[in-house]
Design a protein around this ligand. Structure first.
Ligand code: COI
Length: 380
């Protein structure tokens, strides 16, 4: 698979001031990462001012295969198609998990990531639920670090710019017997990113379809969770909504997640979001917003959110905002919602929590503001 110059580098995970991440000290990588650089960078063909989310990919990708019970030597190779056997288990049983992360560059050309420890922990939780092996901490962090150093020109400065990282794991063993694969591929690809949604977002509160159920895989970032949303979301789009706010599968009485994001409601001046559970993704942006809002003396309630209460608040004029929160979109304001044939518009606020929290979060992420939480991580 590797062609051209094969540069073997010895990578050492650098810690320095990132003491919050000191846990990685005990996991220094003993292996080397094999790096093959591209001879034909695509970077000059990319219009970085007009990016459609997740459509353009950088020059290199990280690959690490699992076989015979262990992860093999990782590689970074030129980005491109790869050959797979049609009987690979991922195609038949959907054993696949992923993460979403972002890298930012500041005015001094330093590269930053936001709470990567959370993504590392979550991808392994997702893998465990899908009977897949855990990925080693040192491979994850050194893989990202080496990849970002190679792709540094793909990260543009400015608060609206980032490089979206998509780590994912797929089952590669061939065979159509319905059992966990014995072979896997862990990969990271990178896409330069600006906004995730370009227009206004209206949502439909689900009253028939469900995203997840008790005891299921809703908390995991399993690829199939997203595939299962596409059909009901297409139906919602035909009615003029961009996303569905998922309700609990048992009663459809509780609001849980907004499309591909966690969801927040502002009733009066209180911010409300559902607690995480085995049905709800433990979003990194979600938990950061809760902490950030509290630190700004915004009252936050993490509790089950009843559809009935939100409708009542909307009718009384007390529902001021709804917004989605996720890595790709950061915070995405929702302008209105529909439920069982009735439509509601949300007020246009000058001083919305969504705008304020998004600005503050993005400034922390891009090293444009102090980071009192120790969330920011410098890649060196
Ligand atoms: C993210 O926000 O990173 C996600 O994983 C959502 C994805 C479907 C774009």
């Amino acid at each position: 698979m590797i062609q051209g110059l094969n540069l073997i580098i010895s990578a050492v995970w650098k810690l320095g001031e990132n003491d919050k991440f000191a846990g990685y000290k005990d996991a220094l990588m003993t292996e080397t990462i094999s790096i093959t650089r591209t001879k034909n960078s695509k970077i000059n063909e990319v219009d970085f001012k007009n990016l459609s989310f997740g459509t353009v990919f950088s020059d290199h990708m990280f690959i690490c295969d699992y076989k015979n019970g262990s992860w093999q030597t990782p590689e970074i190779v030129p980005y491109g198609p790869m050959e797979m056997d049609p009987a690979s288990k991922v195609f038949h049983y959907g054993q696949a998990v992923f993460e979403g992360m972002k890298a930012y560059k500041d005015e001094n050309d330093k590269i930053w990531m936001f709470r990567p420890d959370q993504n590392f922990e979550r991808i392994n939780k997702s893998s465990e639920r899908l009977a897949m092996p855990a990925f080693p901490k040192d491979y994850f962090f050194e893989g990202i670090s080496e990849l970002l150093k190679l792709e540094k020109d793909w990260i543009k400065t400015g608060i609206e710019n980032s490089l979206y990282l998509r780590p994912f794991v797929i089952a590669t063993e061939t065979g159509v017997s319905a059992s966990p694969s014995n072979a896997y591929r862990f990969m990271i690809i990178c896409a330069p990113a600006q906004a995730y949604y370009s227009g206004e977002v209206r949502v439909l509160f689900a009253d028939t379809y469900s995203r997840s159920a008790d005891g299921g895989v809703g908390f995991a970032k399993a690829a199939g969770n997203y595939a299962a949303q596409f059909y009901p979301t297409e139906l919602a789009k035909q009615e003029g909504y961009q996303q569905v706010v998922w309700t609990d599968a048992n009663t459809h009485e509780y609001l849980e997640e907004a499309g591909t994001m966690n969801v927040f409601f502002r009733v009066g001046d209180t911010l409300i979001t559902a607690p995480t559970s085995d049905r709800i993704l433990d979003g990194v942006t979600r938990k950061s917003i809760i902490e950030l809002a509290k630190s700004k003396d915004i009252k936050v309630e993490v509790r089950p959110v009843k559809v009935k209460d939100i409708l009542e608040a909307a009718r009384k004029g007390e529902l001021k905002e709804i917004f989605g929160a996720g890595t790709a979109a950061t915070i995405n304001p929702i302008v209105g919602f529909g439920y069982k044939g009735e439509d509601f518009d949300l007020p246009k606020l000058e001083d919305s929590y969504a705008t304020k929290l998004k600005k503050e979060l993005k400034e922390i992420q891009a090293n444009l503001a102090e980071d009192p939480f120790g969330w920011r991580y410098e890649v060196k």
